[in-house]
Write a protein that binds this ligand. Structure first.
Ligand code: ME8
Ligand code: MG
Length: 506
């Protein structure tokens, strides 16, 4: 109960990461950091998806050996996640020998269970999606996602009898007491999956005869595993499946698979069917967020509008980039990013509100309290701030990041308003003691705000902590606080520190 295993998709290495990949990964990181603060044992997994036609072609287009190409791009993913302070506990690569063994093991089990059969497939395949489309799914004959014509493929393959699992999947999704019950969010997406399941469910081809870059089927080495079947197994291979049973038992089932809506079907139908077929538990929750555009357009190399995470970090810093991604629109809905709104939001929320609050509060402590955290007794402001912040706990359980960040800003507004109202610069002329009391209330409230900043602002939170004169371990203090919020306190007399503005104005 205390563990929390959460995953991002493993991203294709046909190209270096863009802010679409960063979006999911940052969201997962906020949750991972949050649940660690809540005292849970967290396993946060991300990685790269390295087999299949799409990757083989990308490598060929660069005149590179596929493995060398994968090594290069996978390393760039890992580097990008460092640059965004992503705290993943593991990074899985599907070309690793342990993963390959896990895929072959699971496939062999499926084969032995008799849920795989041989057949001939003729269909329309989008290499960019790595999936077949029916004529009804195509829009004007084109892939609905990439707007390119699919390729007609016809060959002898092996199939997973997905149709066989239709009723069981429907029951698992809709019946809370089903042994394999799992949740799909948002509800709109859940209804889509249910709607599609109620129609005809086609068996799915799980191998390719004409593709070399992939994992051979254990019982027929002339066939290569379909890249999606290969990729989904990462969630198990990363925790030691099949060899390390204690570790698998410790972490499986996953508590949350997070992704965008483009790949929901694979995670809510094909993956649970594979697991049910071999008698493994299914993931507890699958959440599909929306798809965003940049300046109203889908990011694509051809359009030349692909934004790399490093560009955002360079402009707004790690924490600025993280904030901008998660505050722009509700998680789950589609959205749009523009350079102008990013700049306006950054200045309004981070530079003028949060950043300014911290620097003016510390400046006043410097000026009116000899640079030391003052002693005081009042807790009215801190109480109100804690009430502003409290909803964040439920909002994060529901992945409502923009609301949680809104609550954080509301708390900052409250403290800024309190300072305006008490006007310490005027009060100083009348009563130095009263000023200290005001600044004590402000400092204590800032400390509460820092605790809630930690998951979103991994770089800035420790700096605020330090500047508040705190010398003990911030995360340990935060865990103690979340365990018992009434324990919030701020030892007086510690020297505050100064430094460059935390969110410099753009
Ligand atoms: O699908 N808006 O990998 P992928 C929001 N390898 N999210 C976006 C986005 C956008 N514009 N663009 C990308 C694959 N994403 C498979 C997954 S998992 C077993 C295998 C994010 O590189 C979002 O999380 O195409 C989406 O689901 C994912 O990148 C697709 O990454
Ligand atoms: Mg994709």
């Amino acid at each position: 109960m205390n563990k929390f295993f959460l995953t991002t998709p493993i991203y294709y290495v046909n190209d270096v990461p863009h802010i679409g990949h960063a979006y999911t990964t940052v969201a997962c990181d906020v949750l991972a950091r949050w649940y660690r603060l809540q005292g849970r044992e967290v396993f946060f997994l991300t990685g790269t998806d390295e087999h299949g036609t799409k990757i083989a072609r990308a490598a060929a287009a660069h005149n590179k050996d596929p493995q060398a190409y994968c090594d290069e791009i996978s390393a760039q993913y890992q580097q990008s996640w460092k640059e965004l302070s992503i705290s993943n506990d593991a990074f899985i690569r599907t070309t690793s020998p342990a993963h390959i063994r896990a895929v072959q093991h699971l496939l062999k089990l499926l084969w032995d269970k008799g849920v795989i059969f041989q057949g001939r497939y003729q269909g329309k395949y989008c290499v960019q999606c790595e999936r077949f489309y029916t004529d009804e799914e195509l829009i004007g004959g084109l892939c609905p996602d990439h707007r390119i014509p699919p390729e007609v493929q016809s060959e002898d393959n092996y199939f997973l009898r997905l149709s066989h699992f239709k009723d069981d999947l429907l029951n698992a999704i809709t019946q809370e007491d089903h042994p394999n019950h799992f949740k799909i969010y948002p509800l709109e997406r859940r209804n889509e999956v249910i709607g599609k399941l109620k129609q005809d469910v086609n068996d799915v081809s799980i191998s390719r005869a004409t593709l070399a870059w992939g994992i051979p089927l254990p019982w027929d080495r002339s066939q290569t595993t379909y890249v999606w079947v290969d990729a989904l197994v990462n969630y198990l291979s990363a925790i030691g499946y099949p060899d390390d049973k204690p570790r698998v038992d410790q972490w499986w089932p996953a508590d949350l698979h997070l992704m965008a809506k483009d790949i929901l079907w694979f995670h809510t139908v094909i993956w649970p069917a594979m697991l049910m077929a071999v008698g493994l538990p299914v993931p507890k929750k699958v959440f599909a967020h929306g798809f965003f555009t940049v300046n109203g357009q889908k990011m694509s190399k051809n359009m030349g509008n692909v934004v790399r995470p490093g560009e955002l970090v360079k402009e707004y810093g790690i924490d600025g980039a993280r904030y901008l991604m998660l505050s722009a629109f509700p998680f789950g809905a589609d959205g749009d990013f523009t350079a102008d709104t990013m700049k306006t939001t950054y200045n309004a929320a981070l530079a003028n509100k949060l950043g300014n609050l911290i620097s003016r509060a510390l400046n006043m402590v410097d000026k009116y309290c000899e640079g030391k955290v003052p002693t005081g007794t009042g807790r009215t402001l801190a109480q109100a701030v804690l009430e502003d912040l409290k909803p964040i706990e439920v909002q994060l359980d529901h992945l409502q990041f923009h609301l949680a960040l809104g609550a954080l800003m509301a708390a900052a507004d409250r403290v800024n308003g309190f300072i305006e109202n008490k006007a310490p610069w005027k009060l100083a002329k009348e009563s130095p003691e009263a000023v200290k009391e005001v600044l004590w209330e402000v400092s204590l409230s800032l400390k509460a705000i820092v605790f809630y900043m930690i998951p979103f602002f991994p770089e800035t939170a420790p700096l605020v902590w330090q500047r508040l004169g705190q010398t003990d371990d911030m995360k340990a203090r935060a865990r103690a606080f979340f365990d018992k919020p009434s324990s919030l306190d701020l030892p007086a007399g510690q020297a505050i520190q100064h430094g460059v503005p935390l969110f410099p104005r753009k």
